[in-house]
Design a protein around this ligand. Structure first.
Ligand SMILES: Cc1cc2nc3c(=O)[nH]c(=O)nc-3n(C[C@H](O)[C@H](O)[C@H](O)COP(=O)(O)OP(=O)(O)OC[C@H]3O[C@@H](n4cnc5c(N)ncnc54)[C@H](O)[C@@H]3O)c2cc1C
Length: 386
C-alpha cells in the first residue's frame, strides 16, 4: 500500500487562477497547498484592469464567438461571490466600478446604436441618457453615445488580499523543483520535500519552465505582450472602452487608487498593443495625441505618465490569438493551467475540479515554520513617473 501524500493537490502560483482554485478545492474538501515563488498577484493579476468581462468586448465585431458565450455567465457568478452568496466569499474585495462603460465617438454613434439595439446583446447593455454620462465623457461634440455594460470592475489588490486571507495557512513561499513519481508528485521547496497527489501549475509565464518536463514543446504556451500606459493624477475617474472602426477598443481605461489615494488611469486597448513597438517616451507621446483626439476637453496638465510592459501568458493557439477560454495541459499527475482572462478563473477551477479524483479525506498538513509570501505591489506603486 502506498502512503498517502502530504496534500491531495499542490498549486504553483498565487495569481488569480491559483488563489481561486485553492479556495474552490478547500471548499470541496481537498487538502491543498499553494506555493508562490515571488509575491501574490505579482504576474499579470495585479497588472490587470480587473474588468469582469461578459464577452461584449469580443462581440463588437458582430460575431458572438465561443469565448463571449463562455464569458457571459461570469459577471453574475462574480457578483454572487462579491455579495457573499457565491461559491467563494469575496465580501472583502472592493468593487471599483459597478459597470464598465463603452463610448462611441460622435461619428460612429449610429452604427453602434444598431448593434446595441440588436437582440444579440439585449439585456446586457443600457444606453445612458446624456445626463447620466460620467464627467469624463460629458463632451457631446466628441462623444456620441455611452452604454453601461453588464460587467463590473474589481479592485484587484483587495481581491488578492481577500483570497489570500481565506486560506492563509495553506499558502507558502518558495520555488519548487517538481518530479512526477507515478504514485505522487514530489516538490522540493524551501528545504522541505512535500508530496502531492496532483500538481496544478497556475504560474502564468512561469508555466513555460515546466513544458519540457511534460514533454511539451515551447510552442504549447504563448505570450502576447502589452505596453500599458499609466496616468497619475488623472483628471477624473473613468472605467470605459472607446471603440472605433476596429474590432478592438482604441483605449480601455480603468481607474485605480494608489495607497496614498492618488487616482491613476491604467490604459490598455490598441494603444497598449501598438505600444509594444514603442519606447516609453513614444508611448506617452502617442497617448497624449490619442486623448487630445478622443477627449480634448480633459485637462491632463497636472498628470504624470509612465509605461509598463507585461505579457499576457496563455496556453497556445495555432494562430497566436487569444484562446477561447481556459487552457489545460495534463500529463500524469501534473497539469499546467492558464485561465486566459482573470474573469475566467471560476471556469478554470470548474475544469480542474471536474478532472480530479475525490478528496482523500487526509488531514490537511501544516507547516507552521514555513513563511507565507507577501502580496505584490500594483505596478502604479513602483513605476517612475514622467
Ligand atoms: C495589462 C493586462 C490587463 C488585463 N486586464 C484584464 C481584465 O480587465 N479582465 C480580465 O478578465 N483579464 C485581464 N487580463 C488577463 C488576466 O490578468 C490574466 O488572464 C490573469 O491574471 C492570469 O492569472 P494567473 O493566475 O494565471 O497568472 P498570473 O497572474 O501571472 O500569476 C502567476 C503567479 O505565479 C507565480 N509564479 C511564477 N512562476 C512560479 C513558480 N515556478 N512557482 C511558484 N509560483 C510561480 C508568479 O509570481 C505569479 O504570482 C489582463 C492582463 C494584462 C497583462
Amino acid at each position: 500500500m502506498t502512503a498517502k501524500p502530504d496534500v491531495d493537490v499542490a498549486i504553483l502560483g498565487g495569481g488569480i487562477a491559483g488563489l481561486w482554485l485553492l479556495a474552490r478545492l478547500k471548499r470541496a474538501g481537498y487538502s491543498a497547498l499553494l506555493i508562490e515563488s515571488e509575491a501574490l498577484g505579482a504576474g499579470q493579476t495585479l497588472a490587470s484592469q480587473g474588468i469582469i468581462h461578459g464577452g461584449l468586448k469580443y462581440a463588437i465585431d458582430l460575431k458572438l464567438g465561443q469565448d463571449s458565450a463562455m464569458l457571459a455567465d461570469m459577471p453574475a457568478r462574480w457578483r454572487a461571490c462579491l455579495n457573499g452568496s457565491g461559491e467563494i466569499d469575496l465580501r472583502g474585495a472592493k468593487l471599483a466600478a459597478e459597470h464598465h462603460l463603452f463610448w462611441a465617438r460622435r461619428t460612429l454613434a449610429s452604427r453602434v446604436a444598431g448593434f446595441f439595439g440588436s437582440k444579440l446583446v439585449r439585456g446586457r447593455v443600457d444606453a445612458l441618457e446624456q445626463a447620466n454620462w460620467p464627467e469624463a465623457l460629458r463632451d457631446p461634440e466628441n462623444v456620441g453615445a455611452v452604454y453601461a455594460l453588464d460587467e463590473c470592475v474589481l479592485d484587484t489588490s483587495s481581491l488578492v488580499a481577500t483570497l489570500a486571507q481565506l486560506h492563509a495557512g495553506c499558502i507558502k513561499a518558495g520555488r519548487a523543483q517538481v518530479a512526477d513519481r507515478g504514485n505522487h508528485v514530489v516538490l522540493d521547496v524551501a528545504g522541505r520535500s512535500v508530496t502531492a497527489g496532483q500538481l496544478i501549475s497556475t504560474a502564468g509565464a512561469g508555466n513555460e519552465a515546466l513544458l519540457p518536463q511534460l514533454g511539451l514543446p515551447a510552442r504549447a504556451a504563448q505570450r502576447r505582450p502589452l505596453h500599458q500606459l499609466l496616468i497619475e493624477q488623472a483628471p477624473v475617474p473613468l472605467w470605459a472602452h472607446c471603440f472605433d472602426t476596429s474590432d478592438k477598443p482604441r483605449v480601455t481605461i480603468t481607474t485605480h487608487r494608489k495607497q496614498d489615494g492618488t487616482l491613476v488611469w491604467n490604459v490598455g486597448g490598441l494603444l497598449a498593443e501598438n505600444g509594444v513597438q514603442q519606447s516609453e517616451a513614444e508611448l506617452i507621446a502617442a497617448a497624449r495625441k490619442e486623448f487630445a483626439a478622443l477627449l480634448p476637453k480633459l485637462d491632463f496638465s497636472r498628470s504624470r505618465f509612465a509605461g509598463f510592459r507585461v505579457d499576457r501568458a496563455e496556453g497556445a493557439t495555432a494562430d497566436g490569438h487569444k484562446p477561447d477560454g481556459p487552457v489545460l495541459q495534463r500529463k500524469g499527475r501534473i497539469t499546467l493551467a492558464w485561465p486566459t482572462k482573470l474573469a475566467l478563473a471560476p471556469q478554470l477551477a470548474d475544469l480542474v475540479l471536474a478532472d480530479l479524483p475525490p478528496p482523500s479525506g487526509a488531514t490537511q498538513a501544516d507547516w507552521p515554520d514555513w513563511a507565507a509570501p507577501a502580496i505584490a505591489p500594483a505596478p502604479w506603486e513602483t513605476v517612475s513617473w514622467k
